[in-house]
Design a protein around this ligand. Structure first.
Ligand code: SF4
Ligand code: MSK
Length: 643
């Protein structure tokens, strides 16, 4: 396959030539080897939830129409979909559990390697939960807040978890309650949308999708949405909130992005995955004078720590660490031959890395008890010995520097400047402490609306093509674009997050961004930081005293690959925000499931999914949604919108 079909990224193109020349196994070649991929799987109609199966349903209405147990396509597709949501929500929420426990243990004096870096944010969280007492020490506040968070994971009653009242916009709570009531009245079903606790909603899905439980696509999907809400307004939210408390709020700053951030003369260490608890310490260790001197003793100029994927996003937003790439850059980075160590924690890390690293000198170092990989070295991470372990990892990388084969080194001289590090807090700060100027700009048509783009890379889509081009089209339509995850890194690599990109725009949004000194595409952080987008939508809704389902906000996951992305899309939808998806999700084997996720969801909860492979059409549909919502809010349609 030509490299242009695989990625629009020039650095990727350079590395793909090397990969092809040397015949290195890679994600694109493995995708080719899988073709044709299973049609039953693509439609979501296969089931192996028990040993009477595996079963699959004929998608053309012919036999077999039922699994061995009697489950039909609606049940099988619905069950499979919500199992994806449960897995995605569990990954995010289990991530959020770790900073919640860490905060508690710091407050109890059990861990001294970390401190509370952002007490003001801690106080704000305590105020949201109504437990702030000005006479309390920071440790006492942290104990109270961490206790509430951990109760949200495991409290055993039917009441909505504490974050619902503390964070969710009022009108959305009312809306979700009214749907629960309407389903009960119309169908006689007891259902819930407001999450009870984070762990329970995923377990509920595993239970109800077990053989012989829930076979109604409506109740299956309602539980899927409830579970997704427990992620967005629960697990992911705690990850974001407590990581801000522990490691500092994001700060607007310039960074560089792409493989050109690797430094030929230095010991290069890439931190990859999602959780910043270890990578923050790796960054700290890399600036220690004794370790720098040690690196020099091995012939290097110094130590260069760079990020990748969402660990990269966590570090760039808080520490200004450069980022080497997004999901599809993992293998490419090893192929530069200049990486002494890739240190990984959890999620979105390809198990192929170890085998590819065997062709080079790179050490792939796993650190989590939840994530082990073939052909890799494991250095177990413990929070109470975090600094010591991080130093050990840096020493392993330094010791590996002399093994680098100089003839194999090729670092593309490609990197772009990007202004990153945005959050609800610093966006409100530039707006003068209130969302009013942003809302007024939307009302006046200086900004048509907001698009939230999230998510991954997927080798089925040319890397970054959809992310970059959809963002461009939306900006041309005067829509402010805010996003997270691998989209954020794609846009940073594209140069569109550089302030100078504003000059190329010819829409009113340009003047708003210039006045606020922000780029037109705002990097809101890692995939758990999608919770920042929810919180922002809630602030706007509460300010206008309307439901989030009325706001001119629309989402997209245009290169999605992970189950986490399904959970993110679902909690946006359940919050009332329509979401575009590409590639196609595995639901088209059931017309009823598709109908519930599209028209049914629009009618019930205002948010809904739509699938579209074409960039221009996607941008037009997103614009139409925003225009429709502006009309509902009584806002004028500006002339430049082209209608
Ligand atoms: Fe087949 Fe039913 Fe078992 Fe699924 S649960 S594998 S459809 S028998
Ligand atoms: S890393 S979830 S591929 S955004 Fe968060 Fe990227 Fe998607 Fe993983």
């Amino acid at each position: 396959m030509l490299e242009e079909k695989r990625s629009v990224d020039k650095a990727a193109g350079e590395m793909l030539k090397i990969i092809d020349k040397n015949g290195y196994d890679n994600i694109w070649s493995r995708l080719e080897a899988q073709k044709p991929q299973c049609g039953y799987g693509e439609l979501g109609v296969c089931c192996r939830n028990c040993s009477m199966g595996p079963c699959r349903i004929n998608p053309y209405g012919e036999e077999p129409k039922y699994g061995v147990c009697g489950a039909d396509a609606d049940a099988i597709v619905g069950r499979n979909l919500i199992r994806m949501i449960a897995a995605g929500a569990s990954a995010h929420s289990d991530h959020g559990r770790k900073p919640s426990i860490l905060l508690k243990e710091i407050a109890e004096g059990k861990i001294s390697d970390y401190q509370i870096k952002e007490p003001e944010k801690l106080i704000e969280i305590a105020k949201r939960f109504n437990v702030y007492d000005k006479n309390d020490s920071y440790e006492e506040i942290a104990k109270k807040v961490a206790h509430i968070a951990l109760e949200c994971y495991g409290r055993q009653d039917e009441d909505p978890m504490a974050t619902v009242d503390a964070y969710m916009p009022k009108k959305r709570i009312e809306k979700l309650k009214s749907i629960e009531k309407a389903v009960e009245e119309n169908y006689g079903y007891k259902v819930g949308l407001l999450p009870r606790n984070i762990d329970r909603e995923s377990i509920d899905i595993l239970h109800r999708t077990h053989m012989g439980c829930d076979h109604d696509p409506l109740t299956l999907i309602i539980q899927g949405l409830r579970c997704a809400l427990s992620d967005g307004w629960g697990g992911s939210l705690f990850a974001t909130e407590f990581q801000d408390v522990l490691f500092g709020l994001p700060k607007k700053r310039e960074i560089y992005a792409n493989l050109g951030v690797l430094d030929e003369g230095s010991v290069n260490v890439i931190v990859n995955g999602h959780e910043p608890i270890l990578s923050e310490k790796v960054v700290e260790a890399a600036v220690k004078e004794d370790l720098i001197q040690y690196a020099k003793s091995k012939g290097a100029n110094g130590i260069n720590v760079v990020g990748m994927c969402c660990t990269g996003n966590e570090l760039l937003e808080r520490q200004g660490i450069p980022v080497a790439g997004n999901e599809l850059h993992q293998e490419l980075a090893i192929t530069t031959g200049a990486v002494e160590a890739i240190v990984v924690d959890v999620q979105c890390i390809y198990p192929s890395l170890g085998k590819l690293a065997d062709c080079f000198h790179t050490k792939v170092i796993s650190t989590s008890e939840q994530a082990h990989f073939p052909n890799c070295m494991h250095v177990q991470f413990y929070e109470d010995r975090a600094s010591e372990i991080a130093e050990r990892i840096i020493r392993i990388a330094i010791d590996n520097y002399p093994s680098r084969a100089k003839e194999k080194v090729h670092i593309p001289n490609i990197k772009e400047k990007a202004t990153v590090g945005f959050s609800v807090e610093n966006l409100l700060e530039v707006l003068g402490g209130t969302p009013a100027p942003l809302i007024d700009a939307i009302k006046d048509g200086k900004i048509l609306g907001i698009a939230s783009i999230v998510g991954c890379n997927n080798p089925k889509v040319t890397q970054d093509y959809f992310h970059i081009n959809l963002t461009k089209k939306l900006l041309e339509k005067n829509i402010l674009v805010i996003g997270t995850g691998c989209w954020g890194i794609a846009l940073a690599k594209s140069g569109m997050m550089d302030m100078s990109y504003l000059d190329s725009l010819d829409v009113p949004l340009k003047e708003v961004c210039k006045a606020l000194n922000i780029p037109p595409v705002l990097h809101f952080g890692s995939c758990v930081d999608c919770s920042r987008l929810l919180v922002l939508s809630g602030i706007i809704a509460d300010y206008l005293d309307v439901d989030t389902g009325m706001l001119p906000i629309v989402g997209s996951a245009p290169e999605w690959s992970t189950e986490k992305a399904v959970s993110i899309g679902s909690y946006f939808v359940a919050t009332g925000i329509p979401v575009h998806l590409w590639p196609i999700p595995p639901v088209f084997g059931s017309a009823n499931v598709v109908n519930i996720l599209t028209e049914g969801a629009k009618e019930l909860i205002d948010g809904y999914f739509f699938v579209e492979p074409d960039v221009d059409k996607t941008a037009s549909i997103m614009e139409e949604i925003i225009l429709e919502r502006r009309k509902t809010l009584g806002l004028k349609t500006p002339n430049y919108a082209g209608v």
